[in-house]
Design a binder for this molecule. Sequence first.
Ligand code: 9Z3
Length: 333
Amino acid sequence: MHSESTSFSAESYFATQGPPPNLEHEVSAVRTFVAQQIQQNRNVVLVTSGGTTVPLELNVVRFLDNFSAGTRGATSAEYFLKAGYAVIFMHRQFSLQPFSRHYSHSTNPFLDFLEIDQVDSSDPQISVTADKRAHLLEVLTAYKSVHASGTLLTLTFITVNDYLWLLRAVSQELSVMRRRAMYYLAAAVSDFFLPRQKMSEHKIQSGKGSLHIEMDQVPKILKSMVDEWTHDGFIVSFKLETDPLLLIPKAHAALERYGHQVVIGNDLHRRKFEVVFVSRNPQLNGDASTGSAPSTFVDHWLRIDLIRDPSKEIEEDIISELVRRHEEWVKQK
Ligand code: 9Z3
């Protein structure tokens, strides 16, 4: 599909597309949260998760959506918390969340492992099925401890407009942490949108034959994040492709274009057991006197064996690699 849509700069985007109504309130929650984490000497990571929508009407009945259940983001958030980070979890409304993701209504409905104990029929008690108890206890313990320590802040978006405004505001708040902040951009973000000025106010009526919609390009927000909003934060973006041949070239192109720290490439069908970390070759900053020219990028594949270990989550290894790289980044001041 070819598009000849207009390209918005980030600046013209924010000048013409209004903010979501609760932005001020969310920004003040982020400010308080960040101040608390600074006081407690914790690194903070912003995790974005889930897909953004593009509404087609102002009174929205129809919208386009981006694929993402939120598994990557929700799982990663848990491993960041485990590693001692405070997490701002910015996710699509109703997509998976840390901890509760283990008991998603579609894959593992929690009602299925509760039992009614009828010892005394006038006062029935509820208990957890024996074989589910150990796992639930583990998840519940981690969940309660995160709540008690105040290290998780959850924010919600639906549309790509909500996402962009929120991302800018949160990044700017988090930028006070400089190198100690990480940005982990796992949300699946729309590439095209319909500006307010072009939207129909009411439900688009059928009966006039086929529907033609011309969409504009969403601004390349990573560029603004790197150059203006984050002040030396450690930025990790994800690149999703369905054609395996495109993954590495597109990941290289993203790093070249935006100049951030890591692109994690994932193929839609292999994402649960294989990802590739793409970063700039550190040798390029040192002396290149070794003969043949070193390549610009380093591709580091990370794979897990789900047949041997079906309960292993690739996010565990992704996060441990990123924590190691972030530590180096913090030292490099
Ligand atoms: C990803 O690539 C995520 O890993 C997935 C996770 C969306 C595949 P699930 O939520 O899936 O576990 O079901 N996210 C980034 C997708 C994206 O929109 N990337 C942009 C692109 O590829 C760059 S920021 O152009």
